[in-house]
Design a protein around this ligand. Sequence first.
Ligand code: LEU
Length: 448
Amino acid sequence: MNQNQDQWKTRIGFMLAAMGSAVGLGNIWRFPYVTGELGGATFLMVYLAFVFLIGIPLLLNEFSIGKAGQKDAVGSFKNLAPNTKWHWTGFMGVVGGILILSFYSVVAGWSLFYLYKYITGAYWTEPDAGFGAVFGEWIANPLYPLLWQALFLGLTLFIVIRGIKGGIEKANVILMPGLALLMIFMAGYVLTLDGAVEGLKFLFQPDWSQLSNPKLYLTALGQAFFSLSIGVSGMLTYASYLKSKDRLPAAAIGVGVMDTIFAVIAGIMIFPAVFSFGLEVGSGPPLVFITLPTIFASMPMGNIVGVVFFVLLAMAALSSAVSLLELPVSFFKRTVGMSRKAATYLCTIIIFVLGIASSLGFGIWSGVTFGDQNILGMIDYVTANFVIPFGALLMAFFVGWYLDKSQARKNSEIQSSAMFNIWYVIIKYIVPIILILIVVANLFNMTV
Ligand code: LEU
């Protein structure tokens, strides 16, 4: 196969794919409910500070390793640091990506199922038992959610097996602009509802007392990393398919800004609706699968809004899942030496089998718990609080302390010396200090 098959056709194609990776369930499913739980605007401010001060510099850091390494997560470290153990960082990312996609595909499967229910009209009106009971029964079923999860992974496989240009780039060129249009339409519509202003106030008016809550900082940082897809090497892998003339800093800023805009628009789309129907905001993960359908059922044009919303959720999940699957596929292809086809099938099967556990954790395996977490909650917790921050920390150490400063500068492609120095101080000192504090605080939290 021609070497160029594994390269982006255009720079914008890469940007859209990286944005596709970033914008996902994290923005539409997770961001609104953690914001709801942790005081609205106060959470948003801390989140924004983390995205700009730490998230975007780390995204650039990860891009710089992939682009200079020119291989998969493991191979890139081997290229840049031969005969060292640094490639274990990439290996941890490969395992992390597989674990994340195993539970991500469960929630994505629910989204596809809801989409089907909206298309067929079954959820246009509230079922007799109520959306809460229907959702509870659905996730507890031992078989059907698995079929929808398999369908979702099948779609992901369909794209990844076609390679970078012909699969991932093409899909994102359609998915991302479509997603942007649908979200703007939804947010615009929701803002016309009575009571929408309350929702906006909640999102934009700070409650300073929350600033003394340590959980706010842990969650905001974890959410920033998850949302920017940092730390597991998916972004590293995408950057390795870049040609030499592409510029990284602008790409990192572009992806970070767009991802944040999508999260805020998701908030604008959800909170005004929640407030205008007088419902609870901090209702946790069910926000999207119980609260919103309840609202759609009594909203003018709610059926159309419901279809649009779940199309949007499924599209966002798909473009992120593609990046999570490409990460191990690229490893099996480029470092282990398998064909793309074989690697894609193998990884999809591994992910599906692991995902079965997360799905059954809502039903027949609900007795398997870790603290108050079920299986999905536990894998989400471990990957979001340990694998991702630890991966990001190792990558910061790699560039800040292992590589020469001149090499770090060249790889980062930052033109201005002043900007480079700021970035370098962040990567070399600030990120390690903050991340060590966070990882230690998480360990401590777990034991108390
Ligand atoms: N950034 C993605 C999201 O926000 C998740 C990532 C792990 C691919 O959903």
